[in-house]
Design a protein around this ligand. Structure first.
Ligand code: ADP
Ligand code: MG
Length: 705
C-alpha cells in the first residue's frame, strides 16, 4: 500500500518526528493538521547573541558560550526526591554550571560526554552561595554541528511557543520546520486586491518570517507583534472573522420580511402603567431604539448592554408587551432555571391585572405538556424559559419577539439557534458584561447596540472593602450585624474549572465550619453547581422568602438573582475572579435603600498587581469603567479568555493592541461582502472555503449563510 502524500491538511502525526504521543500533546494545543502547526504562532522571541567567553558573560542576560564538558552528574535536590542533571562546562576562562530538572537520564549522560564540545545558550544567573555562573535548561548545540552549519540557530532570533506537556520548545521548532515545507499549499483567504491595496506581504512569506525570523529581523518589533508579517497574519485572522460577520448580518437582513409592529404613543403610555416606577431616561431612550426597529419589517437584531440593576428586564418586558399587543407571542430566555423562575414571577406579578398570559417553560417546570400546548395554541402570550425553549417540541403559534437574557452565558452558538426559532422574529439580546463600545461593535458586527448607562434612582452606593485573611473576623461580624438587623448575606466561593472537586470540597467545608462555628445561631444555606436543580431551587426559594440568613454559593450561575433584602456579599478568593465578574456579583446587593457592603477577601500573598486590580472596585461602581480598566491591566487575552465569555479567541491578534487592524479588516470585509454577497467571484473562492472550514469552529459564532 502506498502511503498518502503528505499535505498541509494531513494530520500532524504523519510529519517526520511526530508519533501518536506527540500528536496527542499537539492536539491539546489545538493542533490537528500540518496547517494548524503553521498557525501556532510564537508568543515571544529571544534576541540573537554573540558567542562570549565564560568570564565575560553577565548575570540576568541571555548569553551564549563555546565550551566543553568538564564533568557531569546526577544529583538530588534537598529532600532527596527530585533528581537534577548537572554539567560543568569550561572554556578555559571560567566554569559554567548548567542544570536540568527533567531530563532523559541515559541520553543526557551519553550526550554530555567529558570533553565533548558545545555551544550553550541561556539566561545567566549568578549563584552567590557557590560563587558560580549558572544556566537552567540552556539550549545546547554540538559545536561540531554548529561549525558545520555555519552561523547556526543560536546566533539567530529564536521563536518561543506556548507549550503543553509532552512537547519541548526545541522539538516544536523542529516539527514546525518540517511543516514549513507545506507552506506553499496554504491559500490566503484575503484576496490579492486587498493585499495589494494595503501592500500586505504574502501569507507564505509572512508565516516563514514569523516562525523562522532571519537573523537581521527587527527583534523588538517581533516581540511587540508589530512586524509587517505579523500584522499581515493578524489582518488575515480578523478579516476572516469580519467577513463571516458581514455575511451573517446580510443574511439576517435579507430574510423574509419580519412583522412590522404597530406601536404608537398610546400603547407606550399604556405599557408604562404596568410598571410601579417610571422609566429612567436611558430606559426610555433604549425603548425608543427598540420601537424604531420593531416597527419596520426588518427583523430586529439588537444587543442591549446594561450594568447589573440598570433595568434591562423592564425594557424587555415593555418590548414583549408591544409584541403581544400586535397579536404575536414573545419568548424570554434565561440561562438558568432560577433566573427563568425569577423573571416569570416578576412578570406575572406586574401583569396580574392584565389579560396577558405568561407561562414558564423549563425542563423542571410542572405541567410542561399543558405549557407546550398553550404555546402551540397561541394561548401563552409571553413564555419565559430556559434552553427548553429551543427544543424541537416547542412550536409557537406566532412568535414575534425573542429576548435572550445574560447572553454571554449561552455562548454565541446558541444565540444563532435562538434566532432561528422564528425566521423573522425580532431579537433582543441582553448582557450585563460590559464591553467597551468600540470592541462590541467589532465583535458583534452583526448586531445593533443599545446601552443602558444609567441606574434607576434611589440606589445607595455599595461600600466595597478589601479584607486580608487576618481581618476575616471583622468581615464575619459585619455579616452578623446585618443579619441582626433583619438583612441577608451571600458568601461566594469561586470554582476554578480544573480543580472543581477540590474547590467544592473547600467550599462545603467552609460552609460546615461557619454553620458549626461563628454562624451557629444563624440559618445558613448552601448551593453549588453539582446540586440537583430541584434542590438548588428549594434553597434559593427559601433564601428569597427570607428563611435563610446567609447563602453560601460556590457558583456564579445564579448571579442574576434579585433579593433586595440582601445587603452583604462576601467574596472568597476575590483575586481569582475577573473584575467584571466581581462587579456583577456585587450587583446582587445594593438593590434597596439600605446600605450594602461588598467584602472582597484577598489571599495571604496577594500579588501587588492583583490588589491594585481589586482596588479599582472599591473606587468605582461603573461597570464600563471597571471593564476598561480591567482590560487595560489584564489585556484582552485574559479578559475574553474565559471560556464562558463565548467571544472569539484569536491565534495572533489582540483586539486591544490591534484594534486599528480590526477596523481595517472590518471595512475591507464588509465592502467585499457588499459587492459579492455570495462570494461567487473566483478571487473570493479561498475566502469562501476558509469561512466554510474555519469560521464556525474557530469563532463559534454560530451558523452563517
Ligand atoms: P438588570 O436585569 O439590568 O440587572 P433588572 O431589570 O433586574 O436589572 O432591574 C433591577 C431592579 O430595579 C429590579 O428590582 C427592577 O424592578 C428595578 N427597576 C428597574 N427599572 C427601574 C426604574 N426605572 N425605577 C426604579 N426601579 C427600577
Ligand atoms: Mg437581569
Amino acid at each position: 500500500m502506498r502511503p498518502q502524500p503528505l499535505s498541509a491538511s494531513s494530520p500532524v502525526q504523519f510529519l517526520k518526528g511526530v508519533g501518536p504521543k506527540k500528536a496527542t500533546s499537539l492536539l491539546k494545543l489545538g493542533i490537528r493538521t500540518v496547517a494548524d502547526l503553521l498557525f501556532h504562532f510564537p508568543v515571544r522571541y529571544s534576541a540573537p547573541v554573540a558567542l562570549k567567553h565564560i568570564d565575560k558573560i553577565e548575570a540576568d542576560r541571555i548569553e551564549a558560550v563555546r565550551c566543553s564538558v568538564k564533568s557531569s552528574r546526577i544529583s538530588f535536590l534537598k529532600g532527596g526526591r527530585k533528581r537534577i542533571f548537572e554539567v560543568l562546562f569550561t572554556d578555559g576562562t571560567g566554569i559554567l554550571r548548567a542544570t536540568w530538572f527533567s531530563f532523559p537520564a541515559k541520553s543526557y549522560k551519553n550526550r554530555f560526554e567529558p570533553d565533548s564540545r558545545w555551544i550553550v545558550r541561556g539566561k545567566v544567573t549568578f549563584n552567590r552561595y557557590r560563587g558560580s555562573k549558572e544556566m537552567v535548561h540552556p539550549e545546547t548545540v554540538s559545536a561540531d554541528e554548529y561549525d558545520k552549519e555555519g552561523s547556526g540557530e543560536l546566533e539567530g532570533i529564536l521563536a518561543y511557543y506556548s507549550l503543553t506537556e509532552g512537547i519541548a520548545q526545541k522539538s516544536l521548532r523542529v516539527v514546525i520546520e518540517s511543516a514549513m515545507e507545506h507552506v506553499s499549499e496554504l491559500k490566503d483567504c484575503v484576496p490579492d486586491a486587498i493585499n495589494e491595496k494595503y501592500q500586505i506581504p504574502s501569507l507564505q512569506h509572512s508565516l516563514r518570517a514569523v516562525h523562522q525570523p532571519v537573523p537581521e529581523a527587527d527583534y523588538d518589533a517581533l516581540n511587540l507583534m508589530a512586524t509587517r508579517e505579523q500584522k499581515k497574519l493578524i489582518f488575515t485572522e480578523f478579516f476572516l472573522l469580519q467577513a463571516g460577520l458581514a455575511l451573517k448580518r446580510r443574511s439576517v437582513r435579507q430574510e423574509v420580511p419580519g412583522t412590522a409592529f404597530d406601536v404608537d404613543d398610546e400603547l407606550r403610555r399604556k405599557i408604562a402603567h404596568v410598571f410601579p416606577f417610571s422609566f429612567t431616561r436611558a430606559q426610555e431612550r433604549v425603548t425608543g431604539e427598540i420601537v424604531d426597529d420593531i416597527t419596520t419589517d426588518k427583523p430586529m437584531n439588537r444587543l442591549l448592554q446594561g450594568d447589573v440593576g440598570s433595568g434591562k428586564t423592564a425594557v424587555a418586558l415593555a418590548a414583549a408587551l408591544m409584541a403581544v399587543r400586535n397579536k404575536k407571542q414573545a419568548a424570554i430566555m434565561a440561562p438558568t432555571e432560577i433566573l427563568a423562575m425569577q423573571h416569570y414571577k416578576k412578570i406575572t406579578e406586574l401583569l396580574a391585572d392584565s389579560k396577558v398570559n405568561v407561562k414558564l417553560l423549563t425542563s423542571g417546570a410542572k405541567g410542561k405538556k399543558e405549557t407546550l400546548q398553550a404555546i402551540t395554541d397561541g394561548d401563552s402570550h409571553i413564555t419565559v424559559g430556559t434552553h427548553a425553549l429551543i427544543q424541537d417540541k416547542v412550536i409557537f403559534a406566532g412568535l414575534g419577539l425573542v429576548v435572550i437574557d445574560e447572553q454571554h452565558r449561552f455562548g454565541v452558538r446558541q444565540r444563532a439557534e435562538l434566532i432561528g426559532m422564528g425566521e423573522n422574529t425580532h431579537t433582543l439580546i441582553m448582557t450585563a458584561t460590559p464591553i467597551p463600545r468600540t470592541l462590541a461593535m467589532t465583535l458583534y458586527g452583526d448586531l445593533d447596540i443599545s446601552v443602558l448607562d444609567e441606574l434607576p434612582p434611589g440606589r445607595t452606593p455599595v461600600v466595597t472593602k478589601i479584607y486580608s485573611p487576618s481581618n476575616r473576623e471583622s468581615a464575619l461580624s459585619l455579616i452578623k450585624k446585618e443579619v441582626a438587623k433583619g438583612r441577608q448575606a451571600f458568601i461566594i466561593y469561586p470554582l476554578v474549572e480544573e480543580s472543581d472537586k477540590l474547590e467544592l470540597k473547600a467550599a462545603v467545608t467552609m460552609y460546615e465550619s461557619l454553620k458549626d462555628g461563628p454562624f451557629s445561631d444563624l440559618t445558613l444555606g448552601l448551593t453549588h453547581g453539582r446540586m440537583k436543580g430541584s434542590e438548588k431551587d428549594e434553597v434559593m426559594e427559601r433564601f428569597t422568602k427570607g428563611e435563610i440568613d446567609v447563602l453560601v454559593s460556590t457558583t456564579v450561575v445564579e448571579v442574576g438573582i434579585d433579593q433586595p433584602n440582601a445587603t452583604v456579599i462576601m467574596i472568597e478568593h476575590a483575586g481569582r475572579f475577573g473584575l467584571s465578574q466581581l462587579h456583577q456579583l456585587r450587583g446582587r446587593i445594593g438593590r434597596s435603600s439600605h446600605q450594602s457592603y461588598c467584602l472582597l477577601m484577598s489571599e495571604e500573598k496577594q500579588a501587588a498587581q492583583s490588589l491594585a486590580r481589586l482596588k479599582i472596585l472599591t473606587k468605582s461602581e461603573d461597570g464600563f469603567r471597571i471593564a476598561e480598566e480591567d482590560l487595560a491591566i489584564r489585556g484582552s487575552g485574559d479578559f475574553f479568555g474565559a471560556k464562558q465569555s463565548g467571544l472569539p479567541e484569536f491565534r495572533i491578534g489582540d483586539i486591544l493592541r490591534d484594534h486599528k487592524i480590526m477596523s481595517a479588516a472590518r471595512a475591507s470585509a464588509f465592502e467585499l461582502v457588499e459587492k459579492d454577497p455570495d462570494l461567487k467571484a473566483p478571487e473570493h473562492k479561498n475566502l469562501r472555503t476558509a469561512i466554510e472550514e474555519n469560521w464556525q469552529e474557530r469563532f463559534a459564532l454560530g451558523e452563517i449563510g
